[in-house]
Design a binder for this molecule. Structure first.
Ligand SMILES: *Cc1c(COP(=O)(O)O)cnc(C)c1O
Length: 221
């Protein structure tokens, strides 16, 4: 598959859902991809990328952004509190806000830097013990804490559904939780299910292998 093909599929799914063209942001997930592939997608004009590790992003994006300064990079993987300051310099959005300790660090760092990336709260809709994210029952309270205790603006919610379950149920649940909390952003949908996510209101789809090809783990790690 290619970037153009994915863009076309997104547009088709967006229209089919009765949504406005351009209302879905494509995050090209470039983690563990060889730099030539990333450069190829930049050359085609794409400017929004996703990384799941702070260290890897730090080694890759400052150089690319010298050449393509309007490029945005979103963090879609876990964030350790000791990397919050670095993350604020590197990322335009963080999709993995998942605990109060992190929120506190973020709030402090935002004060210091005078700018705040877009923040998405990761929700563990499948309540999987090995997975990060706020439990569905705690989401409303957590959103409130972020807003009222720490003064942060929350852009939306993010989910990675359990691999062995119908993703649409999890996307629909995320949509409901976002709506009742007055949140517009929905970060959901990957290579295998982004069209389903768009039908259920995704504003940000995170697509890696369908754009770049299979990941080559030995290259950048
Ligand atoms: C790797 C990753 C993706 C992209 O996965 P693909 O199946 O390659 O599209 C999306 N979201 C997160 C959180 C990821 O870590």
């Amino acid at each position: 598959m290619s970037l153009v093909e994915i863009q076309n599929r997104i547009l088709t799914a967006t229209k089919k859902a009765g949504r406005q063209a351009g209302s879905v942001n494509l995050i090209a997930v470039s983690k563990v991809q060889p730099n030539e592939r990333v450069a190829g997608v930049l050359q085609q004009g794409h400017r929004l990328f996703g990384e799941n590790r702070v260290q890897e992003a730090a080694g890759k994006w400052p150089d690319f952004q010298q050449k393509y300064p309007d490029t945005q990079v979103h963090l879609i993987g876990p964030l350790q509190t000791n990397k919050v300051n670095q993350a604020l310099e590197l990322f335009d959005a963080i999709h993995t806000v998942d605990r109060e300790k992190l929120v506190k660090k973020l709030a402090d760092a935002v004060q210091k830097h005078g700018r705040c990336p877009e923040l998405f709260i990761q929700v563990n809709t499948g309540e999987e013990p090995q997975k990060a994210g706020i439990s569905p029952a705690d989401v409303d309270g957590f959103v409130k804490t972020c807003r009222e205790t720490y003064g942060l603006t929350i852009a939306g919610l993010m989910v990675i559904p359990p691999v062995d379950e119908e993703a649409s149920l999890h996307f629909a649940l995320l949509g409901k939780m976002a709506k009742r909390n007055g949140l517009d952003g929905l970060s959901m949908g990957m290579s295998s299910d982004f069209e389903v996510a768009i039908a259920l209101g995704a504003t940000h789809v995170r697509v890696g292998s369908a754009i770049f090809g299979e990941r080559v783990p030995s290259v950048n790690t």
